[in-house]
Unconditional design. Structure first.
Length: 320
């Protein structure tokens, strides 16, 4: 279903007006009724014959009826818009040791002499792709499914929770992995759901491919299919160590400094921050930001800044 947009009016905001609407609707109905009674009393005072007074009251009743019908139509439209909104899903793929969220960095070995492929080297023994679906809207997504196409690489093995598919394409096949939530599965508004792990062990990059790509397709009820293209940064033994060092420096905590955006005071307290839609994390903060409630500020999350919005904050200790 097409997403209906009204200028300056988001559906989430409309839905948040629910308590006000519950009072406003009866109030408007009573106001229209009172306006009609006032009109009748006023018309009766006019210097007209009784027949003309009744005719004027009839006109007033027609006008009140039209206003009522227009109001009912607006309320019905608002209810329809709220009831038929589509969820807004986004996929995340992340390897703990191979890159950042939606930015995989693969270490590949030498080309195989016979096949020309370069094997993806998984730096740790067990580092599968962690795949999550984030719902950015307030509306639940029902019957979600995800398909992960590998372009320029392949070799995923059969594994629990995933259906692995192949397309015959000489000289190398195109492969995909598919997960389906089923009819009972929902991703609620602003929630993040983790899918079964997808191991890339044994995957090879095909000959002549400089930028292998992961293409993710997300579908759910009442949502148009959504595509995400995730290029894989391929590094070899010569370039990988510099990347690892750069990543470590980027994610390191600056020692002793407050971690609230724009503040560089001495960190003295440890707080736990829960931002809706993000992982719970700890922050080192200064005395000024000890009872900080988050609104309007940003915090650093794995190398990028995220707005804190309606964060919940709890103090858990002091920096030692
Ligand atoms: Zn501070």
């Amino acid at each position: 279903m097409a997403r209906i947009k009204l200028p300056g009016l988001s559906i989430a905001r409309l839905a948040s007006w629910r308590p006000q609407l519950k009072t406003a609707v009866p109030a408007v109905l009573i106001a229209i009724g009172l306006a009609f009674i006032v009109a009748v009393v006023w018309i009766w005072s006019w210097p007209l014959s009784t027949a003309d007074r009744f005719a004027a009251i009839g006109d007033a009743a027609t006008i009140c009826g039209l206003v009522l019908a227009a109001f009912a139509a607006i309320v019905a439209l608002a209810a329809y818009l709220v009831a038929t909104q589509s969820p807004d899903l986004e996929a995340e793929i992340e390897f703990l040791s191979a890159g950042d969220r939606n930015k995989p960095v693969f270490l590949v070995g030498q080309a195989d002499e016979r096949m020309g492929t370069r094997l993806v080297v998984i730096p740790t023994e067990h580092d599968p792709a962690l795949i999550r679906i984030r719902n950015r809207s307030s509306f639940a997504a029902h019957t979600p499914a995800i398909r992960i196409d590998l372009v320029g690489l392949g070799g995923l093995k059969a594994q629990p929770g995933w259906t692995i598919g192949w397309v015959q394409r000489d000289p190398f096949n195109q492969q995909w992995a598919q997960w389906e939530g089923g009819a009972d599965y929902a991703i609620h508004g602003h929630w993040l759901r983790a899918l079964p792990e997808l191991s890339f062990e044994g995957v090879a990059v095909y000959p002549g491919v400089d930028v292998p790509i992961i293409v993710i397709t997300l579908v759910a009820d009442a949502m148009a299919p959504k595509w995400q293209t995730i290029p894989i940064d391929v590094k070899d033994d010569a370039t990988y160590p510099a990347y690892v060092e750069e990543r470590r420096a980027r994610n390191a905590r600056e020692p002793g400094r407050c971690e609230i955006g724009g503040c560089a005071d001495e960190a003295r307290f440890v707080i736990v921050v829960r931002v809706p839609g993000h992982a719970v994390q700890t922050l080192h903060v200064c005395a000024k930001h000890r009872h900080f409630q988050g609104r309007g500020a940003r915090l650093r999350a794995r190398g990028s800044w995220i707005p804190m919005g309606d964060a919940e904050v709890q103090e858990v200790g002091e920096v030692t």
